[in-house]
Design a protein around this ligand. Structure first.
Ligand SMILES: Cc1ncc(COP(=O)(O)O)c(C=O)c1O
Length: 372
């Protein structure tokens, strides 16, 4: 038949057949082909290659969620007695893994507020196996100056991991900042349509085999259907991100003019404490922002309930704008003390800006604010 499909086929297969036993043995011994989809699958490899190219690394590995990617990447780089230095302001699931699970394996993590660079450097110089970073942070969008921290970690023989989910490969290039393993929740910007749960680790060759082996053992691999959908998402990533960057900037500027808003946290605003770092380190300020309403918990809840176009939902990064009150969901599990440390007040609202018309979003926020 003449003509080839423009879109690569979806390989919904768990296993692969061989004409000769010697071929099967060769694949098992030399990884020269496909044998079983927990090891490799052509649809998953297609999206892995596309993301690796976008991030500028040799390879990427697909996982069944962001958390599967993060936990596998960490497990592949620790042993009993390892010490991790991490920022305090991590995604909740990552914090729980480091704080609650790893001590059972005799792996301790020191958490430091991302504003205290000198303190992070001091902890790095005490020795470590992993430096774990996340920027921009959730929910206050703090931007961490990655390069000097990565250099210090490397001087101490450590590996540097960075969760770049909030930035996406379009707004930040961790490969230029000295990051060894870039982590993504593909559920967010990469998939981009709120319909897949995936994760990725991007890395260069020295790290690939080790993480691949841990993925095979722990089993958190990406399924082919999710890979197919994520690849479709990646085809429009650049367009979506440009639009989301523009929308978020305009929404942030609008919110700054409102009397009922006490603070707007967006790295694109000159008023943001890390605006200068963001300008230097990022190529776009992103589609995420948060703001504090001049109201108590119940009035903020009423504001959330009045939003019409913007949907009340957790998660982020897709084409549809989503808002949440972090205290009720993403940060509900934190103690009041840890919540205060993370800067999560009862009137804080986090907004993931989508690709809708900017005027719709502003009008929606305006009418909801009128009820406060
Ligand atoms: C920054 C960040 N990293 C990791 C994750 C975990 O990703 P997933 O939900 O795909 O496991 C999330 C989820 O919200 C996140 O926001």
């Amino acid at each position: 038949m003449k003509g080839k499909p423009v879109i690569p086929p979806l390989y919904l297969t768990a296993t692969y057949q061989f004409d000769k036993s010697d071929d099967l043995i060769d694949v098992v011994q030399n990884r020269s082909g496909y044998i079983y989809s927990r090891w490799d699958n052509p649809s998953v490899m297609e999206v892995e290659e596309t993301l690796a190219e976008l991030e500028g690394y040799d390879r990427s590995l697909g996982f069944g969620s962001g958390m599967a990617a993060i936990t596998t990447a960490i497990m592949a780089n620790i042993q009993a007695g390892s010490r991790i230095v991490a920022m305090q302001e991590l995604y909740g699931g990552t914090f729980e893994f480091l704080n609650d699970v790893l001590p059972k394996l005799d792996v301790q993590t020191v958490f430091i507020n991302c504003r205290h660079t000198e303190e992070i450097l001091k902890e790095i110089d005490k020795g470590l196996s992993i430096l774990y970073l996340e920027t921009p942070t959730n929910p206050l969008l703090r931007v961490v100056d990655v390069k000097p921290l990565a250099e210090a970690a490397h001087r101490n023989g450590a590996i540097v991991l960075l969760d770049s989910t909030f930035a996406s490969p379009i707004n930040q290039h961790p490969v230029d900042l000295g990051v060894d393993l870039v982590l993504h929740s593909g559920t967010k910007y990469l998939g981009g349509h709120h319909d897949v749960t995936t994760g990725f680790v991007c890395c260069n060759h020295p790290h690939f085999d080790n993480i691949w082996t841990y993925r095979k053992i722990l089993g958190g691999v990406m399924d082919p259907m999710s890979a197919f959908l994520t690849l479709r998402g990646l085809r429009t990533l650049d367009l979506r991100i440009q639009r989301q960057n523009e929308n978020a900037m305009k929404v942030a500027e609008f919110l700054e003019t409102q009397d009922k808003i006490k603070a707007v946290h967006y790295p694109g605003l000159a008023s943001h404490p890390d605006h200068d770092i963001a300008r230097r380190q990022m190529t776009g300020f992103g589609g995420m922002l948060s703001f504090e309403i001049d109201a108590d918990f119940n009035r903020t809840k009423r504001f959330m309930d009045r939003l019409l176009k913007i949907k009340l939902a957790t998660s982020l990064g897709g084409v549809t704008s989503l808002a949440n009150q972090p205290i009720t969901n993403t940060h509900a599990a934190l103690s009041p003390e840890n919540r205060a440390k993370a800067g999560v007040s009862e009137s804080l609202v986090r907004l993931s800006v989508g690709i809708e018309k900017t005027e719709w979003l502003i009008r929606d926020l305006q009418q909801a604010l009128e009820t406060v």
